[in-house]
Design a binder for this molecule. Sequence first.
Ligand code: ATP
Ligand code: MG
Length: 403
Amino acid sequence: MTQAEPRASRNGIVQTLTRALAAVVNPVTGKDVVAGGQVSDVAVDSSGNATFVFALQRGDPGNLVRQARAAARAVDGVSTVKVNVQLPQSAPSAASSADTAVPAPSAGARPSPRPGRAPAAPPAPSRGLQPGSVPAPTPRPGILAGVRRVVAVSSGKGGVGKSMVATNLAAYAASQGLATGLLDADIYGPNIPTMFGEGRRPSVTGAKGSEMIVPLEAHGVRLMSLGFLLEREQPAIMRGPLIAGILKQFMEQVSWGRLDLMVVDMPPGTGDAQLSLVQTVDLDGALMVTTPQKVATGDVRRGVKMFERVNTRILGIVENMCGFQVPGSTEVIDLFGRGGGEDLARELSVPFLGRIPLDIEVRRAGDAGQPTVVAAPGSPAGISLAAIGGRFLADLKKLPARV
Ligand SMILES: Nc1ncnc2c1ncn2[C@@H]1O[C@H](COP(=O)(O)OP(=O)(O)OP(=O)(O)O)[C@@H](O)[C@H]1O
Ligand SMILES: [Mg+2]
């Protein structure tokens, strides 16, 4: 009977696990995710490894799977949790191409029922302020219509390496054959021109009245930054509405052409630029950069929450400036600590994409106007950045493309 007992207790864990999952309510449908048919194939093996399938529906909040995973993890006897996330089907009608950006839809978007299912959702609340939320983003359909995926690199904290990561992710994606664009959304302190060694002014094409700015291209990446348009060293003095206007113009009046990926380098903080972006375009998600120490991870946690409140998926956390290898020695100094980004990713149940050491090659490459993955691919940071890029692109492939 030694065989039967563990199976019986495992059945018990499956029941407890299913009950725990049933405590997670989908705020869109008002039903718990088990009764709503979103969870299936719940199983736990003899080592406590739990698995289940989670069928995301259009309009689901970005943190729903995470809540389910956290609920499963809290069950006694469960040691690991693997969720097989099924993404919603793309809308069948050609007219709704902008809708295919789900599962990171706007908070105000009405969920469409999955094909073959009875509509489960009660009438969606009207647009506008929602409890504990910011005004629902209303991205314009058709904006960046030729771009398959749009991803923001953000943080909450300044100086943690957002622009460096955005630069290298874009350059890495281009090196893998993807048509890639990089939009510098840091209106106050645009760094992308320096990081790509570009000082030219972009040209303008098109007839009078419908002119388009031609993005510059460096290291295979199409670039747009306010830095290309301002006089050198001229400060950009702007407030919220202007930022929104510039971001929109950079999307609508720049001839990006067809892109597989657009990376958006965000300014520090969780303010106007972040909200403007999610209100302007349906983002596939945000990648968060942090340094390992508490003061940074605290800010990044707030940044994650802000994106979640506007239903933007967090694609992962990158820990930067983690460990400094003393040149000519094997000694590694953890100047800013170690593991803070990974701990945060675990706490928030978002993917941890990897860590990048403090590396003099990053500074050298940056000063030389080159991405590290191009200038120093064999350096410790170059190797980490390429590995993070690979992981990131692989994860991104699993999401439905915008077009
Ligand atoms: N891993 C690293 N090793 C060495 N230097 C680094 C590393 N990461 C970033 N830096 C350097 O730190 C500085 C800040 O990086 P970066 O400009 O990318 O940060 P940021 O988060 O975009 O800053 P801001 O909030 O001002 O936009 C840059 O000079 C960059 O070259
Ligand atoms: Mg920056």
